[in-house]
Unconditional design. Sequence first.
Length: 477
Amino acid sequence: MAGRSTGLTGWLARRTSTQLAAAMGVLSALALSGSLLITGAAVRMDQREKAALAALDDYSAMVTKLGSETSLSAERLTEADAAWLSAWLSAFQSGPARDAGTLEETCRTGRGGAGVRFIRAPVGKPAGLAALDAIRGERAGRLGKDVYVVRLDRGVLCPSRSVEVVVVRRTFGALDIAVGRTVDRSGRAWGWAVAAVIATGLLLLVIGLAAAAVARRRLTGAVTEVSRALDRAAVGDFSVRAPETAVAPELTELTGHVNRTLDRLDELLSWLRDSADQLAHDFRTPLARASVRLERLRASATTPEARKLIDEARSDLAEITRSMNETMALRDGEAWAFESVRLDELAAQAAELYQPLAEESAVAIRVEAEPVSVLGVRSLLQRAVTNLVDNAIKFSPPGGVVTLRASVEDGRPILSVADQGPGFASDRQTGAPPPADGRESHGMGLAFVRAILKRHGAVMTVDDGRPGAVVTARFSR
């Protein structure tokens, strides 16, 4: 039982509200149909019992009448008696007039109550409806002794409809007598009641399905609004909020939690941006002062070694300033507005931009690209690509080739930059610090590139190009 209960609970948990509502509507319709079938069967049995009682009354009346008119033993029955019985049966055919319907009414409306008879004597021709004797029917012991339910097909009794008859078959003297009454199919009042219940059930089913469709549409709309707010937040736009009311009351609590979470995230990101602004301000002033002092120191330097050391220090300060500026770009407003960006165009633009530098270094740039787009921030992706191309040219030997590729692999956009420089050690691919000589390619700015790609939902990998290194960005969208 516990296993079955768990299975049922799990099955219900996997169903949507619309599916459950539709299932409840269908089950309600099935239950209503089942109750109608059971009630209909009970009413039909009641109608058969009424027809059986009427047929037994008719039989008793016939036997009483026949017993008072003549002796019907086989020895004394003649052809004239048989003819008299046929004429007498024609007069008796309609049965007692107190509550019996006529055959014409039965055939026209299907209502029950009409009487049918059959008598067969040892001599002469049988009289009445021969089908009552020819069609044996189904014995109905619960309705009475020698009682049968006979179905007369269309054309046997009525030309345009089939009729069900409850028949009493007994022998009286030398006569075989069959007396029957037609069965009311359901009763006029019951027929109207069944029609009303069926119509009501169908109306309720339609209303239930319509309500389920409206609920599904409303829930779908509410979920879409929540998803839109979360999608915008995923790309850094916290200006959109999910509507908390008037869409789907069932999701009011959820949308409230989502909006409060987005508010908190927006607040934290604002605090981080403000902190970054303050840190940048605190760093820019000392860096600027250091650059000015190095410039003055270089002007007073008297030896080549001193000037070289000063130039290297100035270059380090410039790299620090550049890294800080690139880091600040990640928190600026431009980092939060996504659009469709063509990777093949970025590769071509970067190659064109660095062509003069490549010719100066005797390095060739080759672009192998097919049209492919991603969702991202154009300026940040441009910086990432130019950063990689700059490093690739800087560390490629004379006569080397830098190759930019943009394509689609396994349904995912791919952008890669390959060079023929000293390569990238395996321990550096996991984020290890660069060696002291700093002569490995892709060391400078790699963290910035990785941060940009992560911001765009991309994964960056560095592979051994033998020679050189291949930096690949695999985007998810």
